[in-house]
Design a protein around this ligand. Sequence first.
Ligand code: GDP
Length: 367
Amino acid sequence: MMTSIVCQGCGVTIQTENPDAPGFAPSSALEREDIICKRCFRLKNYNEVQDVPYQDDDFLEMLNQISETDSLIVNLIDIFDFNGSFIPGLARLTGNNPIILAGNKMDVLPKSVNPNKVKDWLRKSAKDLGMKVEDVFLISAAKGHGIEDLSAAIEKMRKDRDVYIVGTTNVGKSTFINRLINRTNGVKDAITTSYFPGTTLGFIDIPLDETSSLFDTPGVIHRHQIAHCVSDRDLKLITPKKEIKPMVFQLNTKQTLFLGGLVRLDFEEGDRSSFICYVSNDLPIHRTKLEKAEDLYRNHLGELLSPPDKITMKQLPEMKTTSFRISENKTDIVVSGLGWITVPEGSVSVTVHAPEGVKVSLRESLI
Ligand code: GDP
């Protein structure tokens, strides 16, 4: 019975079981004539978009609908979780419509970071993964930084076409859309929810002018995002909220750094060097001797080495190691979703332990 009811706002199938899944409406709402889902209800009544996550298949099907349109895509990425928030095959799925990449959460970058280097890195990382982008912007949806420039670029590049905002969960897409909605004047009446013809998946329609719209698309869960391996409490703790204060550690060879108990970096070989950690200011970092690291991990995970908390420990994937030999310029070892560690120039060998699926990679230092 339930499957035959669709939301009058966005067309998603209504369900009454899971408030966090797409199409939720409380049972009491079923008695109404025009049933709308929680996401459309919030938009209509509070002018506020809420992200609803889709599982991979639905999400891909949904994106594929964009391939039949002539539109501009704005792909939101979390600059702290590039790999976790990157959508493989986005360009193909969206029919090679032009893509603007917007790196969100720039407000937590230390002032010493060169924004142009961040942009270059985003562009290059996207290209390496097969996505050509028209332009890259750094924004803070939360603080409003860079929104004017991005909006102006969208306006210029869309050439009267529709705009689709896409992104995985947790990149800040709702924060971004809500900011866009609030910028539009006469907001309340301007925003409608509308059924996207020919689909059963929820797009939200925010009119831009008489003939075109900005569509919010639901977020997709990427299981290898570190955000999905940790408890809500730990997620709060590892997500930088304020400008990151770099932490400098002078390390001798055969020393180890633990970022909580989530990541371990072993300095295997090289001259005494300073390693600079750019992670959430709330994430405790411990230094120990490499020979003691294994015991410390085994005996103190979840206590001295925390996060993980008890909930995270039950769901955290096994640790996998990646070894790097760094011989060129100052290099960042990037742990997707957590931050990065800058290693000075010189000949350095390190081994990084991180939960399986959490990408560890190198880039030229941003500083
Ligand atoms: P969504 O799942 O993509 O819709 O993401 P949300 O908008 O719910 O944001 C996910 C998390 O990122 C929340 O904790 C937000 O407060 C945070 N967030 C969003 N935008 C920013 C930003 O520009 N800077 C920072 N520091 N945090 C942000």
